[in-house]
Ligand binder design. Structure first.
Ligand code: FAD
Length: 432
């Protein structure tokens, strides 16, 4: 088999690359190891309950992406209403300027430390812990984002750099912190004002207008790539020759697949850190279990970092009269979880019952699944290691796209654009 343009991976970035090539009348073939397309945006169904692979809602602002999503599916628009769970208190998000439910002495310590925080230029800040202390003061940092960093990013905050933060964390003024301590009536300060989700078919329905007419070959797991012969080998024993290659495979994976990857590149790719995650999916035989689209959990004795509700995203995600939740638990080589999957599932159920999120009698579906690639982690060496790998792939003529192909904190809309930019690069190369 010989194919001129080959794309590896049928997640949103690979699909977008193929779609944008097709828009220019250039055909390509996508090889995907799974039995369905969508990658991280795909979903699975259990007894009529649909669960996305991780929480997904769209807050795309790019007009081109919005047009593609709108053409693909009718959608619900949600105003984000996330909450935080901290030591038995339910606190509106972001916690830093919504501390009203906390006891007075804790609020006082947070405000005192907020006033005392060190004044430093962003350029002088060496790590995420320092950034947190400078933004929020010691007490808040030590009780909220620092434990959460261990749960979500699986590292100590001092082991992370800060360029990824951008607008992701709200930086309130002292007045806003004080106001949030005095009253529950505070304005919404979450960074996205609205979030969109398809009415039917889960998040991946936003991709359907791109997928029509593409040549996607499923169940084709790449097991080896020979760059000299321009050949790709699959686990089913077949091979394929290519002229041009776009890959959305995670950088550490593609480096393992390429024959004779130089030692320096392999070593850099192995040092790229990401989190993996367990998804605990729960279905209930009543409609009113979930109160908010999602909530964060700060307590470290509870493994889940975040819980969200697929049935609130769209009622199409649960049978009539039912509702659902999905909890995310993160781990990495720096934070291993010594429990079995069955134990993690039971732990999560027990903790959520203790938190009074639901009662055992209402639970009708429970499942646990593992995802190897969740979040790219911004440790201090990320940029130099990533550059070594990307420079090598570029030299070898491979265009690397997507969240794990660029090794960046990309939302789905940004991964779509990454695939589009990959297609543009390839068109430019072909016209030389
Ligand atoms: C916890 C979490 C929450 C998120 N929440 C949001 C959100 O709310 N909103 C939002 O917009 N974005 C969100 N994102 C980001 C979004 O999921 C990504 O930007 C997007 O899905 C990445 O798409 P991709 O195509 O780059 O990668 P992927 O979807 O990972 O696609 C890569 C594809 O390559 C395939 N593949 C891998 N190895 C091989 C092989 N050897 N052979 C063949 N195929 C292979 C995989 O099966 C996969 O289909 C979230 C991500 C995470 C982890």
């Amino acid at each position: 088999m010989s194919k001129d343009i080959v794309i590896l991976g049928a997640g949103i970035s690979g699909i977008s690359a193929s779609y944008h090539l097709k828009e220019k009348n250039i055909s390509s073939v996508i090889f995907e190891k799974n039995s369905s397309w969508g990658g991280l945006l795909d979903n699975f169904k259990i007894n009529g309950f649909r669960f996305d692979r991780f929480v997904h809602l769209s807050f795309a602002t790019d007009e081109h992406v919005k047009e593609i999503f709108t053409k693909s599916s009718d959608y619900h628009t949600h105003v984000p209403d996330p909450f935080n769970y901290y030591s038995g208190y339910w606190i509106k998000h972001p916690a830093q300027n919504n501390l009203y439910p906390l006891p007075e002495e804790k609020k006082k310590r947070i405000i005192d430390d907020f006033k005392r925080r060190e004044k430093k230029e962003i350029s002088e800040i060496k790590n995420y812990e320092e950034w947190l202390r400078v933004q929020f003061g010691d007490y808040f940092s030590e009780n909220f984002p620092m434990p959460y960093t261990r749960k979500y990013w699986t590292l100590e905050a001092r082991d992370m750099e800060t360029k990824w933060i951008g607008k992701r964390m709200y930086r309130p003024t002292l007045e806003e912190v004080k106001k949030g301590c005095e009253t529950a009536e505070t304005p919404v300060t979450y960074y996205a004002k609205e979030m969109r989700y398809p009415k039917k078919g889960g998040y991946k329905s936003f991709l359907t207008s791109m997928v029509g007419g593409l040549n996607i070959r499923l169940n084709k797991k790449v097991i080896k790539i020979n760059l000299e012969k321009h050949k790709i080998y699959f686990s089913d024993g077949t091979q394929c020759k290519y002229k041009k290659l776009i890959s959305s495979l995670p950088l550490p994976e593609i480096c393992k697949l390429i024959e004779n990857t130089p030692e320096e590149v392999s070593s850099a790719s192995e040092k790229l850190l990401c989190t993996s995650g367990y998804l605990v999916s729960l279905g209930f035989n009543r409609p009113d279990i979930a109160k908010n689209l999602w909530f964060y959990i700060y307590d470290e004795d509870i493994l889940s970092a975040r819980v969200y509700s697929p049935s609130l995203k769209s009622s199409d995600n649960a049978p009539e009269g039912c509702s659902s939740l999905q909890a995310e638990i993160y781990f990495s080589k720096y934070k291993r979880i010594s429990l079995s999957e069955e134990e993690i599932l039971q732990h999560t159920i027990d903790k959520l019952i203790k938190m009074k999120v639901f009662e055992e009698k209402d639970l009708v579906v429970k499942s646990i699944k593992k995802e190897d690639y969740a979040n790219v982690v911004f440790d201090h060496r990320i940029y130099e290691n990533r550059k070594i790998v990307l420079d090598f792939l570029k030299k070898m003529g491979i265009i690397s796209v997507g969240r794990f192909g660029e090794w960046k904190y990309l939302w789905s809309d940004q991964s779509l654009i990454s695939g589009q930019m990959g297609a543009d690069k390839l068109i430019k190369e072909m016209s030389k």
